[in-house]
Design a protein. Structure first.
Length: 123
C-alpha cells in the first residue's frame, strides 16, 4: 500500500524540500536574470506556483522591488522579495511587466534622450 501526496500540498507543507530538481524550493523560487538590451533592461523573475494577484512590483526612489507571495488554501506560505537600485538613465515612469506561466518579465526602458534646443536670452 502506498500513500499518494499531492505535490502542491507537499511543497506547501515542506517548502525547503525538492526531491525532483536537486534544489531547495527557496533556491528555485524567485530565481532571476537580468539582461541589458539596446532599449533598456529586461528582468526575468521565476515565481512558480504564485498567482498574478500575489505579485507586487513597485518603484520608489529608484529602487525596484518585486515581492511574491506563494499561497496554499488561501494562506500565505512563502513571501520572498528582490530589490535593487536602478540607474538614473532608466525611465522608471514607463516600466512594464508581463506574467505568464510562473515567469515575470519586467521591461525597464532607457530614458529617451531628446535634443532639446533652448534659446538663451542675451543681456
Amino acid at each position: 500500500m502506498s500513500l499518494l501526496i499531492n505535490k502542491d500540498f507537499f511543497e506547501a507543507m515542506f517548502p525547503h524540500v525538492d526531491v525532483t530538481h536537486g534544489k531547495t524550493f527557496r533556491q528555485r523560487f524567485m530565481e532571476d536574470e537580468m539582461y541589458k538590451t539596446k532599449d533598456g533592461i529586461q528582468y526575468f523573475v521565476c515565481t512558480p506556483g504564485v498567482a498574478k494577484e500575489d505579485i507586487e512590483v513597485t518603484v520608489k526612489n529608484n529602487i525596484l522591488n518585486v515581492k511574491a507571495t506563494r499561497r496554499f488554501d488561501g494562506q500565505p506560505v512563502n513571501v520572498l522579495s528582490r530589490s535593487f537600485e536602478l540607474d538614473n538613465d532608466l525611465d522608471t515612469l514607463n516600466i512594464t511587466s508581463k506574467y505568464n506561466n510562473g515567469l515575470l518579465n519586467i521591461n525597464i526602458p532607457y530614458k529617451q534622450k531628446k535634443d532639446i534646443v533652448q534659446n538663451i536670452a542675451i543681456q
